[in-house]
Design a protein around this ligand. Structure first.
Ligand code: SF4
Length: 223
């Protein structure tokens, strides 16, 4: 199984439950979902003329739409050869669940790394049982890319981007559809650090005992 990879780098996880945890990010290329708030639009299209060698991907210094193919062994070898010390891997995108992530997540965990996926929940989630799944639900109805119940059920963490009250209302309705007993951590994440959205998230988190997620990497200027 080969994966189209836009970027691989070591940093700190900037948001969500794992905020502050040293992490290796694997950013996959390709996403048909089209979220308004997307801050990685350069990952949307997998253009054949933008393919570069896998060896060039860890050397990228700017965000752009070039990508390279790598299989699980090549990814693991790169992590080892670069001497990265983080023990947590975040597979993100793009929409990583366009791809079968079972081989990659199982291989990463076999080396002692923990694994997390960040997804919109619009595609079936295929990963190891132990992978931590963060769903930022794409709730807006879109006949091609709406939220899958399977993704919501698999979620360990539901991290919802919030601009206005209607985003919270939509999340509440969405959560009502889950009927199992699994404990999921729910976080509200203000879109673009807009003051009114931050205030709304703080108020709602306190009311509902949810958590606030701030994109800390944007404040401290790390990738
Ligand atoms: S799913 Fe992720 S990459 Fe795709 S449009 Fe939404 S935020 Fe952007």
């Amino acid at each position: 199984m080969q994966y189209p990879i836009n970027a691989i780098f070591q940093t700190l996880q900037g948001e969500g439950v794992y905020v502050g945890v040293p992490s290796i990010f694997i950013r996959l290329q390709g996403c048909p979902v089209g979220c308004q708030w997307c801050d990685t639009k350069y990952t949307w299209n997998k253009l054949s003329h933008k393919e570069i060698s896998w060896e060039s991907i860890p050397l990228k210094i700017s965000n752009n739409n070039s990508w390279g193919l790598a299989d699980t062994t090549e990814i693991l070898d790169t992590i080892t050869n670069l001497g990265w010390t983080a023990k947590h891997v975040v597979i993100t995108g793009g929409e990583p669940c366009l791809y079968d992530l079972r081989p990659l997540s199982i291989a990463l965990q076999a080396t002692g790394l923990t694994c997390q996926i960040e997804t919109s929940g619009t595609h079936a989630i295929l990963c190891s049982m132990e992978t931590w799944v963060t769903v930022s639900p794409k709730i807006k109805k879109n006949k091609n890319h709406s939220l899958l119940h399977q993704a919501l059920k698999r979620a360990d963490e539901i991290k919802h981007p919030v601009g206005r009250q209607r985003d919270i209302d939509a999340l509440v309705n969405c959560i009502k559809t889950i009927t199992d007993e699994k404990k999921r951590i729910i976080l509200l994440q203000p879109i673009n650090h807009i003051t009114s959205a931050i205030q709304l998230c703080i108020k709602t988190c306190i009311q509902k005992n949810w958590r606030l997620s701030i994109q800390t990497h944007k404040y401290i200027n790390i990738p």
